[in-house]
Ligand binder design. Structure first.
Ligand SMILES: Cc1ncc(C[n+]2csc(CCOP(=O)(O)OP(=O)(O)O)c2C)c(N)n1
Ligand SMILES: [Mg+2]
Length: 346
């Protein structure tokens, strides 16, 4: 799908039913587009900066960037209410920022400093916020799926109407524990949305090489769990599908699967030379489908002044610059912290 240029867009998005030859998702208000743009830009600029800091040696260990996939978390977050929970794997910085965690605390965790979300002892893959109902950050592929199903069980047990969002990748979708979770979730009608972020690769392995059933929305069929495929590069499509799924869950109908068709522009992690795909493939998606550029062009088409959009980018860059500054000046944890937060099962 080509991203319409401002000059091509003669009518506001909300009046167009067909875009680039396919049905347009329900329109966003200008306010929603501006909000989505801001958060997606925050994630992108944060990740770009994290990539730079990694290159400079300020961040060690693993670091998996979310660039390209921003519309997924931002659209889904727009469907939630306070108290709903989120859990994901290791590609988690975007999820944290989308649910309102502080950029300084996330960046300081990446650099291993004492004011990071895990006091500098967790790093990129291991951050949590009870306040924002973000339950990690998990390095074991697929491990978050049963945990997130457990969050839904707790909601059901307590009789509240909260939902849990469980994000995982196309590679993780082939893990056995995912299907044990599906079975229990449907059996007990748990309010959980399984959000498969299909970015086409699991490390260097393309979906076509790893997955017998590449339509991940159908993976719940034998458990009677409904699902749908969603254009994960279009934040409006994500929000619309998310709204339906959230409603389904809140009304007590059990779990739902959303396959978000998305793409990561960067390598699997910072140490990935990405030899398994061509530069042209990445460039084509970035050019034709970029989630941020889609929103920007829509807003320009609605005559939002370019300066207003530039100001949003400048505001976001400031937040990220301050986060990076904080994260490189905050002290490292005291050596005595080596002995805290270590648990032993008696
Ligand atoms: C149980 C387990 N097996 C293997 C790994 C190594 N590993 C880390 S990420 C990854 C690929 C997962 O890909 P996907 O689920 O598509 O998520 P993406 O990285 O694309 O976001 C693998 C195999 C791991 N961390 N845990
Ligand atoms: Mg993947």
């Amino acid at each position: 799908m080509a991203v319409a240029k401002a000059s091509d867009t003669k009518t506001p998005a909300k009046q167009s039913k067909v875009e680039n030859g396919k049905a347009a998702p329900p329109p966003f208000s200008r306010q929603q587009d501006l909000e989505a743009l801001r958060t997606m830009l925050l994630i992108r600029r944060f990740e770009e900066r994290a990539g730079q800091l990694y290159g400079m040696g300020a961040i060690g260990g693993f670091c998996h960037l979310y660039i390209g996939q921003e519309a997924v978390v931002v659209g889904m977050q727009m469907t939630l209410k306070d108290g709903d929970q989120i859990i994901t794997g290791y590609r988690d910085h975007g999820h944290m920022l989308a649910c309102g965690m502080d950029a300084k605390g996330v960046m300081a965790e990446l650099t291993g400093r004492r004011d990071g979300y895990s006091r500098g002892k967790g790093g990129s893959m291991h951050m949590f916020s009870r306040e924002k109902n973000f339950f990690g950050g998990h390095g074991i592929v697929g491990a978050q799926v049963p945990l997130g199903t457990g969050l839904a069980f707790a909601n059901r047990y307590r009789g509240n109407d909260h939902v849990s969002l469980v994000y995982y990748g196309d590679g993780a979708a082939n893990q056995g524990q995912v299907y044990e979770s599906f079975n229990m979730a449907e059996l007990w009608k748990l309010p959980v949305i399984y959000v498969v972020e299909n970015n086409r690769y699991a490390m260097g392995t393309a979906v076509s090489r790893s997955s017998a059933q590449q339509d991940f929305s159908k993976r719940g069929v034998s458990f009677n769990i409904p699902g749908e495929q969603v254009d994960g590069m279009d934040v409006r499509a994500v929000k619309a599908a998310g709204d339906n799924a959230v409603k389904w869950c809140r009304e007590g109908n059990g779990p739902y699967i959303l396959e978000m068709q998305t793409y990561r522009y960067r390598g699997h992690s910072m140490s990935d030379p990405a030899k398994y795909r061509t530069r042209e493939e990445v460039e084509k998606i970035r050019h034709d489908q970029d989630p941020i550029e889609q929103v920007r062009q829509r807003l320009l088409g609605q005559k939002v002044p370019e300066d207003e959009l530039k100001k949003i980018d400048a505001d976001v860059r400031k937040i990220v610059a301050e986060a990076a500054d904080f994260a490189t000046h905050d002290p490292e944890p005291d050596a005595s912290e080596l002995w805290t937060d270590v648990y032993r099962v008696a």
